[in-house]
Each structure stands twice: as C-alpha cells, then as structure tokens.
Design a protein around this ligand. Structure first.
Ligand code: IYR
Length: 253
C-alpha cells in the first residue's frame, strides 16, 4: 500500500516536471523561481515615429481640462466598463491591483452623494479651509455647491483597498496602495479624455460618507470621486496655463 502511494506521488512529480520542461523549452516562456514568464514584445518605433507619436499624445492630453459643468447626455455602461478596464491596466505593488471602481448612474444614489458631499463642503468653505487656501481656489471658481454630482450621467468613486479580505474574512497585505491607486486614477482620467468625455477629480473632505452610502466593506477607503460625462455646451473653464517644461523638469545628461 505504502509503495503504491509513493509511486503515485513520484508519477505526479514526474508529470509536473515534464510539463515544466515542455514549457521551459518553449520560445514563448521561461521559468523564474518556478513561476512562468511569457515572452513580451513592446512596440519598437523608429526615431522619427517616436518623436511624432510622443508629440501627438502630448498634444492630445494637453487638451484635457477639469470640467465642472456636465450635460445630462447619456453615456453607455459599455463605455464606462472600457474606461475602468483601462484604469485597471495600471501597475500596482506586487500586482495586487488594490482598487475598486464604483460606477453610479442611479439617480437616488447620486442625489444622496450630492447631499452628503455638500454638507462637508459647506463646512470646508465656511471655516475648515484656511484663508490662503480659499484665495488659491478663487481662480477656479469653485463653491460648496456640487450640481455635477447629480447632472453627470455617471459618478465613478474609486476606493483603495488597504488590505485584501478573502472569503473566510482573513486579511492579506497590499503594498504601495496610494501610489498604485493614484497611477490607476491617472490612467482612468486619460481613458475618459481619450473617449471624448470629461471629468473632475473631486475630493469632498472628509469622504467617509461614500463608504456608508455605497455600502463598502471595511478594507476599502474612498480615494477619489469623479463625475464622468459630456461637457455642457457652452462650457467655460478657468483661464489658467500649465507650467513650462523647464519648470517641471531637470535633465542630468
Ligand atoms: N474639495 C473642495 C475644495 C477644493 C479643493 C481643491 I485643493 C481644489 O483643487 C478644488 C476644490 C471642492 O471640491 O470644492
């Protein structure tokens, strides 16, 4: 009986090794620490193509503006799904993808969120924010009123997962959560702009009401709230300029 058992174990090990060997000899993959790595080919453009594509992408993103006035024109769920999928291609600490994107089109929920956000903003604008902070905000024309939270067809509330909770309620670590979720949000904003839609990085502070309104679990914290939709027509944005390259970079050649 014992011999049969060991023989079976040996056979299994042999099968595993054959499978691994097959994989190892393939041109498309190799094993590192026993984990499969697949061949990756990145686009390799010519010098000229590099220059034009990088220039064009800059010009495309340079047209992005934070927009506070939204049209109520519908945006299909499929579009929002694609945008969220794009954001989730972001790199993250140990590939944990410590984020969850809550997409809200339900009017009652949007109204609840607006109501709760405006209660916090009322406090912010009437004392919680310093005089100098309010002076810095003056060019943007913001107030405690947040109609976009009801007018935009979608709100995306991004939650960071400070740790993972498995089905049995056990906690597992996540790493570099703020950095990871910040990068994913940057990619979310890029995807929204690329789709021809607009958004705003809204951070009503404090944001814990979002956990309650959306019934999120204890391992998640609200990170950013973004209305998504078409811009109202006509639309006016603050007449502000971006810093020049020499103000935001230092080259060491
Ligand atoms: N959270 C407030 C205030 C606000 C703060 C900053 I910093 C901004 O760049 C814009 C607004 C609001 O959303 O109105």
């Amino acid at each position: 009986m014992y011999i049969l058992f060991t023989l079976q174990k040996l056979l299994e090990k042999l099968k595993y090794l054959i499978e691994r060997f097959k994989n190892m000899s393939s041109e498309n993959s190799k094993y590192i620490n026993g984990f499969k790595h697949t061949l990756y080919k990145s686009a390799s453009l010519s010098k000229e193509e590099l220059l034009t594509t990088s220039q064009q992408f800059f010009e495309h993103l340079d047209k992005r503006r934070s927009v506070r006035d939204f049209s109520d024109r519908e945006v299909s769920k499929k579009v929002i799904e694609n945008i969220i999928r794009t954001a989730s291609t972001a790199p993250s600490g140990a590939h944990k993808q410590p984020w969850i994107f809550c997409a809200i089109s339900n009017s009652e929920l949007k109204s609840k969120i607006r109501e709760a956000a405006e209660i916090e903003e009322q406090e912010n604008y009437s004392g919680r924010m310093s005089e100098s902070w309010l002076r810095d905000l003056a060019p943007l024309g913001t107030t405690m009123e947040k109609p976009f939270l009801e007018e935009a067809p979608w709100l995306i509330v991004v939650f960071k997962k400070v740790y993972e909770l498995d089905e049995s309620g056990e906690k597992h670590n996540n790493y570099y959560v703020n950095e990871s979720v910040g990068i994913a949000c940057g990619m979310l904003i890029t995807a929204i702009h690329n789709a021809g839609l607009v958004t705003l990085t809204h951070t009503p502070s404090p944001m814990n009401f979002l956990t309650k309104v959306l019934g999120r679990p204890s391992n998640e914290r609200p990170y950013l709230l973004m209305p998504v939709g078409y811009a109202k027509d006509p639309n006016y944005v603050p007449d502000i300029v971006r810093k020049e390259l020499d103000e935001i970079s230092q080259f060491y050649e």
